[in-house]
Write a protein that binds this ligand. Structure first.
Ligand code: XMP
Length: 315
């Protein structure tokens, strides 16, 4: 049985001993990094500098919500607005692993800038077990390089501290509940953000489309679950595919983008089954997505693949 409060006490003590100087932590607002930040804050208090990077690849309203949530836990937070740097670095890149590497590296470069400003020696990260297991090493194949593992450049000058690296998602959620963190029940969101849900080239407009589509999927599935029509999936979102198809707008031919809706049941993200969603809910999602981003998306499809053989995200 996992004992959340014992884990918190022990890992805070361990960090207190390990971290003898200024540390920065990458806060994404996700449950993993928030739990790591709150425990680190208990351990080293004002030696901890929290940095949130707005990559321009976040979900709708996410930056404001994260800022509020982290402030509520008394964390010392700096927000770096890096949208332009991200889009410039990712311009023309379509290969998923290359995207992940670029995103990971830019993350670290930004932290190095912040490190220089505050004189940090340590980087605390909310890496959990599935992140490094799936990033390869040893006998495992690289399935995807998770941004907080495979993206680390070799010349990095910060010492990395990963208090959650042996834990699985459900254990981190238990910690979050014990720490009264508001994101405790929130669905997981990948480190590279909407980049891995925008297949093909990343442009501000294409990311805007997938951001709106994700917000619609979240709203509709949460409303359907609230109304008792279905169980809330473990993870649910939209991705924009690198596929155009012929459609019709009024009586005019359109050649638009394709959105795929993905919803899965899972325990820890290591394997998953696609969720069944009532057709009326899918219909509403499809209508809303094609209306919301008029002229851009003219086809919405539903992904009926388990993991394996698929993965949860499309990249
Ligand atoms: P996949 O797509 O590999 O995803 O089946 C399993 C779970 O991990 C999330 N995911 C990530 N989380 N950094 C993260 O912190 C990443 O690079 C990353 N890629 C995928 C995904 O959303 C799912 O919950």
């Amino acid at each position: 049985m996992f004992d959340a409060s014992a884990f918190i006490t022990e890992s805070a003590e361990k960090m207190q001993n390990e971290i003898d100087d200024i540390a920065i932590i990458a806060c994404s607002g996700g449950v993993d990094s928030t739990v790591a930040a709150v425990i680190a804050n208990q351990a080293i208090g004002d030696k901890l500098h929290c940095v949130y990077v707005d990559t321009g690849l976040m979900r709708k309203n996410e930056t404001e919500e994260i800022q509020e949530m982290l402030a509520a836990h008394g964390l010392n937070l700096t927000t770096v607005f890096a949208e332009e740097r991200y889009f410039a670095a990712l311009k023309g890149v379509t290969e998923p692993e290359q995207k992940r590497k670029i995103i990971g590296e830019l993350f670290i470069r930004i932290f190095e800038d912040e490190q220089a400003k505050v004189g940090a020696k340590y980087l605390v990260q909310g890496t959990i077990a599935p992140d490094w297991i799936e990033s390869g090493g040893g006998v495992r194949d690289t399935i995807k390089s998770h941004h907080n593992v495979g993206g680390l450049p070799e010349d990095m000058t910060l010492e990395v501290v990963e208090p959650l690296r042996d834990l699985y998602k459900d254990e981190v959620r238990e910690l979050a509940r014990a720490l009264e963190i508001k994101v405790a029940e929130r669905q997981p969101f990948p480190g590279p953000g909407l980049a891995v849900r925008c297949l093909g080239e990343l442009t501000p407009q294409r990311v805007h489309i997938v951001r709106e589509a994700c917000a619609i999927v979240e709203e509709e599935l949460e409303a359907a679950a609230e109304a008792g029509k279905m169980e809330i999936p473990w993870q649910y979102f939209a991705a924009l595919l690198p596929v155009r198809s012929v459609g019709v707008h009024g009586d005019v031919r359109a050649y638009g983008e394709t959105v795929v809706v993905r919803a899965v049941q899972s325990l820890d993200g290591m394997s998953a089954r696609y969720s069944t969603i009532p057709h009326e809910v899918l219909t509403k999602i499809s209508t809303r997505i094609t209306n919301a981003v008029k002229g851009d998306v003219n086809r919405v499809v539903y992904d009926i693949t388990h993991k394996p053989p698929g993965t949860i995200e499309w990249e």
